[in-house]
Design a protein around this ligand. Sequence first.
Ligand code: IMP
Ligand code: MG
Length: 452
Amino acid sequence: MDGDQVLKLKGASLHIPSALPATVVVGLQWGDEGKGKIIDFVSEGFDAVARFNGGSNAGHTVVVGGTKLSFHLLPSGVMRNKRLFIGNGVVVDPEVLLKELDDLASLNIRPDLLISDRAHLTLGPHKFRDRFEEGRRGAFSIGTTLRGISPAFSDRASRVGVRAGDLLEDEALKMAYEAFAGWNRVLINEVYGEDGDAIVKDSFAKLKEVAPRLRPHVGDVSAEANDLLSKGGKLLLEGAQGYFLDIDYGTYPYVTATHTTASYAPAGIGIPSQSVQRVIGIIKAYCTRVGAGPFVSEISGPLCEAIRKKGGEYGATTGRPRRVGWFDAVAVRSAANSSGVTELAVTKVDVLGGLEKVPVCDGYMDAGRVVARPPSTIVQLRRCRPHYLEVPGWPDLSPEEWRDKAKGGIGSLPEDLRSYLKMIESSIGLPIRYVSYGHDRADTLELGKDVS
Ligand code: IMP
Ligand code: MG
């Protein structure tokens, strides 16, 4: 490769590749930042798009030429006809995936998809357990998407999971399913007091039915992704959920069951960590959260309802109304730092149009003391009060007016919006590269440098 460094070490050579261009896209809030849209927009310049975490809990929406499509498992690069990978870090619900493929087939789209043979499957007993656990927690329920995500990751860690690669050979499937069924039968019978036998049998029958359709898509994603990179191909790694739903760095226990940070991307796909050169952090111009858990800058009342309605803030997977709050610079700053974000994409700036003042949370106060980073316990986080800075709002424009203004570039957007964006850049300490002002792929501005 041009520019590669070759060091001579007593006869041996140490080969340091100069360019392994993988780019990661992650959400820096609680998910639903608009990752699907931005990934669809940027994926044009890539050869392959890979999902590296989460499962069918994700809901990524892409709007092309007025047609809206939501994906739970397929990478959002699907509408660009890119090679698609689902990595080992993802838990795959076979039925959800096949439905997505069927829906696309009815539009005459047949994606070039490879699922990692090491990716775990989300099966019927997982969904049963998710629902049961949520019920058992009662008032302390997490508000999960009920897609069986946490039980599937639990079985992975307990080493009783079934993986996509097991579908390739009857003997492997039999062995894996026996271990899986043994544990799930005991758990459902003895702990949950339900008919575990019937649930695991039903799930096996369904799995055998769908296996032949999945098999052609299962393979060694790590090998293929590395091969693509070594040939100079460009890989986009698509994160699901957001930083504050990360199993360690989120608002535990109100989190999902996997990592959502950019540093998990190489592990979740099986490529070297040094191949990641660019990390795009997606932020919405305000915050939303779906499900329970602390939310320092949350608002309620008519303004909250108005933003929810205007922004269409209802879960793409569950349809639940999303909770709404102001932009939280404390949270985003710490997420961007830890995820090694190199540039930002700000979405839904149109939704805030028409407000006289726009509050931004620029500090957390706990009993009169400033808290610089989101604390690890929900007890302290719940005590934190937001400190707000107020900036002037920008006008409410119609979609046509936004498009018209955007034709003139960033300089033609409303001045107060530009000040808002500048304020975000300086409070997070990173440049904004993309600004999204509408649903459609076309409603996106790509900026060369800092907002001016
Ligand atoms: P789970 O991932 O279904 O276990 O849900 C755990 C928490 O993560 C709940 O608060 C969900 O609402 C939230 N969550 C999971 N996936 C997403 C997503 O893609 N967007 C937003 N929230 C999510
Ligand atoms: Mg979503």
